[in-house]
Design a protein around this ligand. Structure first.
Ligand code: FE2
Length: 258
């Protein structure tokens, strides 16, 4: 458990991009809090920028849509979380992953959970897309998908089916299950992030209406199709799978030969 005397400096992945901060007039997000001895500590999280220009996903996701989604909704989750953390010394000093898991509180979420998880989910979502995305997964990941879903077509249909049957707001994920050692598609409601169950996320898709209303109005099906065909980053998915394989052995045990 983190101590209230810990001085949490946000990780580099959560530092604010100076250029984009200026564009959107993002107010100072790094708060200070007085220690019990009267000195101040720097705390909390900043708004992570998407890994591409905000118009780079056009025409499939417009700059106007990302301006609203990232610049307003995502920022509101960050600011809401920071306001909550200002009042709570116990939650100082965690990485964002740790904060999501701790505030999930074994299924009895603390008030900070929704904002923390939505920050995590959105950071992951922006990096789950790329300009020129869609197409087919890279070799290796493609074979793993074929192994676990029967075919890429089956995977695609399952992912789309899960997205269209998700009730209300939430997310659809391609995850690697640690125990089962296989890829699966999971749906989560509202802010729930599958790292709370120890799944390893590979791809996620935001299915809150704010994610697609600007470009597609109520046509969730069109949005999901466009994501699969033009936006999903199989490069990011491949890198995530490589990292995941440090924790999950997907092949036969490899015994080093002396
Ligand atoms: Fe969103």
């Amino acid at each position: 458990m983190a101590s209230c005397y810990f001085v949490p400096i946000p990780t580099s992945s959560h530092l604010i991009s100076a250029d984009l901060s200026k564009k959107f007039k993002i107010p100072k997000l790094i708060h200070t809090k007085k220690r019990y001895d009267g000195s101040k500590v720097t705390a909390f999280y900043g708004l992570k920028t998407p890994p591409y220009e905000l118009d780079a996903l056009e025409p499939y996701m417009s700059k106007r849509a990302i301006n609203r989604h990232w610049g307003e909704y995502h920022r509101n989750f960050i600011e809401g979380l920071n306001r909550q953390l200002e009042k709570d010394d116990i939650l100082y000093g965690y990485t964002l992953d740790e904060l999501v898991k701790v505030t999930y509180n074994n299924g009895n979420p603390l008030p900070e959970f929704n904002n923390a998880a939505e920050v995590w989910n959105h950071d992951f979502f922006w990096e789950s897309m790329q300009p020129g995305g869609g197409d087919m997964p890279t070799p290796g990941l493609f074979q793993q998908i074929e192994k676990d879903f029967g075919s890429f077509t089956n995977f695609r249909e399952s992912f789309i089916g899960a997205s269209l049957t998700l009730f209300g707001s939430g997310w659809v994920w391609l995850v690697l299950k640690r125990e089962e050692k296989r890829l699966e598609i999971v749906k989560t409601s509202n802010a729930i992030c599958p790292i709370v169950w120890d799944d390893i996320p590979i791809i996620n898709l935001d299915l809150w209406e704010h994610a697609y209303y600007t470009d597609y109005r109520n046509d969730r099906a069109k949005y999901v199709d466009v994501f699969m065909d033009h936006l999903v980053s199989w490069n990011a998915a491949t890198e995530r799978m490589k990292r995941a394989e440090a924790f999950v052995n997907l092949g036969e045990p490899k015994i080093p030969i002396a």
